[in-house]
Design a protein around this ligand. Structure first.
Ligand code: ADP
Length: 261
């Protein structure tokens, strides 16, 4: 089983004339891979990531995340796939300003039916993984951009997703902070995390073990899957969907979805 399988993905946006964002993209990502998707602006990178993350549905083709085909699933079912299998990281961090770093990270487990105490314990461990154990009680406004992105990465990691999808994770950072994030992502991959990111940052792309180049909505080059790290693992969060019928736990982040609040 692979972490992500995209088969013959096409995406057309409505409009006059319609915009073809992706045309027949096929791509398989194995567990433990670190893939950078690069290409000029408008080539379809963000659309590809959104479709891989089941945030958008493709016009044609099939998306499979950790063995689960996303095609005929209801929106509610897709939310469960996202909550259980995918960790998102965005350029803009999307942290909740009124919450501490710990609470922001704990929100990554909101839709997994995990009790509050366990969410906080896991959040502490995730902050430690990104080197921010000593900033747990800080709010985003009290943290640097690089630290905010570390918090967002910890939130993406907390549920041990099958795959982490990141859209320009260094795009809002100065070069020193960006380099720290590159190092962090490379380290997480060495420890077994599967990562697919979209970037313009050549250092970040160079840290990846595979580069997929897009142009005009099509893959024009793929350096191919290299042997993933020997400790690549299928995370527990990647093999099950969110508990059906799990109560929505109380959290200040009402209405926010776990993993990409
Ligand atoms: P990239 O991330 O490589 O810059 P995008 O995936 O954002 O590219 O966009 C690919 C193409 O699809 C572009 O031509 C863009 O203008 C178009 N596009 C993206 N989203 C929409 C949308 N919601 N409606 C219409 N066109 C869109």
């Amino acid at each position: 089983m692979n972490a992500l399988v995209l088969t013959d993905i096409g995406k057309q946006h409505h409009g006059t004339p319609p915009v073809v964002a992706l045309r027949s993209v096929t791509m398989t990502v194995g567990y433990g891979e670190f893939v950078a998707v690069i290409g000029p602006s408008g080539s379809g990178k963000s659309t590809l990531l959104a479709i891989a993350g089941t945030l958008e549905r493709p016009t044609t083709g099939v998306v499979e995340v950790a063995g689960e085909p996303a095609g005929r699933i209801s929106d509610r079912g897709l939310s469960a796939i996202r909550a259980g299998r995918i960790g998102f990281v965005f350029q803009q961090f999307f942290l909740i300003p009124a919450m501490s770093a710990l609470e922001n990270v704990a929100c990554g487990l909101l839709y997994r039916g995990v009790p509050a105490g366990e969410r906080r314990r896991a959040a502490g461990a995730a902050l430690e993984r990104v080197g921010l154990a000593d900033r747990a009680q800080h709010r985003p406004g009290q943290l640097s951009g690089g630290e905010c992105q570390r918090v967002a990465i910890a939130r993406a990691l907390i549920g041990e997703p099958a795959i982490i999808l990141a859209d320009e994770p260094t795009g809002n950072l100065d070069s020193a902070a960006g380099a720290g994030i590159v190092e962090l992502l490379a380290g997480l991959n060495s420890a077994g995390a599967t990562i697919v990111l979209v970037t313009h940052n050549s250092e970040l792309a160079a840290a990846a073990s595979r580069i997929v180049s897009l142009r005009d909505g099509a893959v024009i080059a793929d350096s191919g899957a290299k042997t993933p790290h020997s400790n690549a693992k299928t995370p527990p969060g990647g093999t099950k969907t969110a508990r059906s019928g799990a109560k929505t736990p109380s959290c200040d982040a009402d209405g926010q979805e776990g993993g990409h609040v």
